[in-house]
Design a protein around this ligand. Structure first.
Ligand SMILES: O=c1ccn([C@@H]2O[C@H](COP(=O)(O)OP(=O)(O)O[C@H]3O[C@H](CS(=O)(=O)O)[C@@H](O)[C@H](O)[C@H]3O)[C@@H](O)[C@H]2O)c(=O)[nH]1
Length: 385
């Protein structure tokens, strides 16, 4: 297949591009490098050094003999988006190219507006480009488990069979997300469902949980192929942060009681899920949703698992929760669709955590503790101007 990976310079986009290329697909990546720009803005950086996209692609060619095409540009630029879809003529488009940090979207009005315009407009341009150039292209879009929030009923895979006053219907699962970022993904899901319904497009929305891990078989082939490993309070995700905190001798920063429960997934399963979605496309007109997570854990359980696996002393600090989220709640998720397609999950094991400790130790002297503590307060909202 010809697969175009949008956001192909990012934490997950880059390992996905390598995985698909290694599996024999013709792969291109697109990126506008804004993820690197957020680091400059925040004074943060990946713990593991990453090469430029050009160097990465060249290293991949040297190591495997396989080529990856590059498109440099922004999905919000419709001319760029249309030209790229025409030039590469993909069978599937994998779309990671969004601002993906909840705290970033909650800094202030400007960052909330930026996140929603960037994410919603970029995806809308892409939907139009697919419709006008080749409506048969399968859109595989990264959504998030956070779209659902923490409802007091079971979470289904995107759709809910409803019985109300004696009548039945199948409706999009009701959403109650916890940040303006997560809301941007809800807006995307609605736009995609509409595009499938009116134009007959085919789309898969992958509602992914919190990803952990830093290496895949492909990124481990050469240091120049490494992907990001973020630990700052804005872009670092919880398990990766706890691993790096343990190695640096920093207390593990559990927000509030830590009873908040999330779906989690190993980075090696992320790339496999994308391949499964691409190789088993949605039908024309179908808006298909998969819950891309392999197990659920509370934040406190994650902290305890990391602390127990760490070969040394690791302490847990309960900080005042900077977010507005339930810390005690029901959480039961259906996530069988990807397993039915062939996913064999890597569940969180000490083996993976110890390899993550090794990576964190190797690059620990690059850490900047100034960006570790959370500085974005959901209630403060950062002012309106
Ligand atoms: O030091 C920390 C960091 C986080 N948390 C807690 O851990 C949970 C997860 O936070 P996170 O920063 O790891 O993840 P989140 O903000 O939800 O966003 C991340 O995970 C999402 C999947 S999900 O969480 O919505 O399922 C993706 O969509 C996002 O792109 C990705 O950045 C939250 O309850 C948060 O309060 C802590 O207790 N301590």
């Amino acid at each position: 297949m010809r697969v175009l990976v949008l956001g192909g310079d990012g934490y997950l986009g880059w390992p996905t591009a390598l995985y698909l290329s290694q599996a024999g697909h013709d792969v291109a990546v697109a990126d506008n490098f804004v993820r690197r720009q957020y680091d400059f803005e925040l004074g943060a950086d990946s713990l593991v050094p990453i090469e430029s996209l050009q160097t990465r692609v060249e290293a991949w060619r040297q190591v495997t003999g396989k080529t990856i095409d590059m498109f440099i540009g922004d999905l919000c630029d419709a001319d760029f988006t249309y030209q790229m879809i025409k030039d590469f003529a993909p069978d599937a488009v994998v779309h990671f190219a969004e601002q993906r940090a909840a705290p970033y979207s909650m800094i202030d009005r400007k960052h909330a507006v930026y996140t929603q315009v960037n994410n919603v407009v970029g995806t809308l341009n892409l939907l139009y480009a697919i419709k006008e150039i080749n409506p048969d292209i399968h859109l595989v879009k990264l959504g998030t488990m956070g779209e659902y929030g923490t409802p007091n009923i079971d979470i289904e895979e995107g759709w809910l069979d409803l019985e109300y006053k004696g009548r039945t219907d199948r409706v999009l699962y009701p959403k109650r997300p916890g940040s303006f970022y997560h809301l941007s993904k809800v807006h995307d899901s609605h736009n995609m469902e509409f595009a499938c319904r009116i134009w007959g497009l085919r789309a898969t929305d992958l509602n992914q949980g919190v990803v952990y891990g830093q290496q895949t078989a492909e990124t481990a082939l050469d240091d120049r192929l490494a992907t990001r490993f973020d630990y700052d309070a804005v872009f670092g995700t919880v398990l990766n942060r706890f691993v790096i905190q343990a190695v640096l001798g920093h207390p593990l920063t559990v927000y509030g009681s830590g009873g908040q429960t999330r779906g989690i997934i190993d980075i090696r399963d992320t790339v496999r899920c994308i391949e499964l979605a691409c190789e088993n496309p949605a039908e024309p007109g179908e808006f298909r949703v998969f819950n891309q997570m392999t197990e659920s854990m509370s934040v406190l359980q994650i902290a305890q698992t990391v602390a127990e696996a760490f070969p040394g002393a690791a302490t847990i600090d309960h900080l005042d929760n900077p977010r507005v989220e339930k810390e005690e709640h029901y959480y039961k998720v259906t996530h069988t669709a990807l397993v039915e397609l062939g996913l064999e999950p890597h569940l969180l094991s000490d083996t993976l955590i110890s390899s993550l400790f090794d990576i964190a130790k190797r690059y620990g002297d690059r850490a900047n503790l100034d960006v570790m503590r959370p500085g974005v307060d959901w209630r403060g909202a950062g002012g309106g101007r």
